[in-house]
Design a protein around this ligand. Sequence first.
Ligand code: CA
Length: 519
Amino acid sequence: MTSRHPFILLPVAVLFSLLAAAAPAAETRPNILYIFSDDHALQAITAYGNSRYAEHAPTPNLDRLAKEGAIFLNSFCGNSICGPSRATVLTGKHSHINGFIDNRSRFDGDQPTFPKYLQEAGYQTAIIGKWHLGTRPTGFDHFEILPGQGSYVNPDFIQMQGPNKRYEGYVTDIVTDLTIEWLENQRDPERPFIMMSQHKAPHRNWMPAERHYDLFDGIDLPEPETLFDDYANRSVALQQQHMTIANHFFWGWDMFLHGEPTDPRFMDGLANGEYARMTDEQKAAFDAAYGPRNQALLDALEAGMSDEELTRWKYQRYIKNYLRTIQAVDENVGRLLDYLDEAGLADNTIVIYSSDQGFYLGEHGWYDKRWMFEESLTMPFLIRWPGVVAPGVRSEAMIQNIDHAPTFLEIAGVEVPHDIQGHSLVPILKNEGRAPEGWREAIYYLYSGEPTHRVAAHDGVRTERYKLFYLPDTDEWQLFDLVEDPKEMVSLHDHPEYAGVREKMEQIYHQLRDYYEVE
Ligand code: CA
């Protein structure tokens, strides 16, 4: 009998070694669905808890993600514009290292990115929707992306091969359709995936889906307290930018009015290009909704509308359209969560919702982003990871977009290369949102300036309580106490009682510039 043992043991040993070799591929590693939108401010997500719009424009599906997973309350970008934030997400490096400094840059796709590392590790990598990095995606098994900013209405998509394809309909719905189509029919179900499902919304010019044209009609949405900010007590650069609701909206592009402006308080020269893309039927629906409201404005202008009344009107037109586009994003997040449930993928798929940076929803009288003030510095970050992240976690850890790539690497079992500047969030996720010992206490920010909107270059640091930044053009420093002055209305840099804080913050500023190798 004993002589037969080798014959029995050999196949078992072979079987074991086969099982061991097959284990990583037979997959314990989770899938990742990364839903990423464009310019979605925290103030417009109910789960963040301080939304002025919670009553009229709730976000139930995003809130579901927060409820079933974690919400990060101190999540920041490193450079508050589209392309740079996306390049940072891909590389785990700040703009001055990955080379994508402002929206005039083109992404160097030869450099290492997390999709390339994940591909090597056996993940399928896919991206659908907004890309906006100038060059073609590298490191993806599948992509179908919008050219440049893309269009809301009947959008064109760049294909991996062949000419662009045009789909009739609304871009946010179509991005989700294409995402589900790939998940359902095109991926290899034997291997884990990362799918980046990236929306154009709620980017300018805030064109809603037809089904949302009448949402919020007849009501006034709440205004921010700082809608009429006079920019006193802070850098002179605040008065010099071109991103005010009062003075810097185009008659056609932003405000959806036809023809030439009848009032000099609107900018001229950029028509509503989305309207031009519509079919006759779509145009008729648009005109039926916006026509009477536009006529009411024309009548009011004719009757001598005051500057203040007009700014309030522009704010309402802007914020309603912005929130309408977010309703479609929220609905489509719900569609994806439902799909994961139905396909049996929910338990082993991490779902993240984030956006490339925040946005001004009338705070300081502004729209747009770029500034290191809270509304555009922050980035939403919601994550559901069944079995790892406890439901309802509210994390106060200081995280940044440099952390997304190393997080994906750790999830995929890839060692994080030393040249990546961010840190994996996995230890925080496994520890109910609490940062481990030695985690960063400050984040670094650098906006290098570009002609658009004329926002001055500045760089700085933010801790849990304070923010310090420097504007080289005017050689000015700004210091804010976010507990005493959360709306950032007074720079305390020259206040003697803040001398100690200033000194400490300057130290952190120089330390972080060294650490991140800022020239
Ligand atoms: Ca953006």
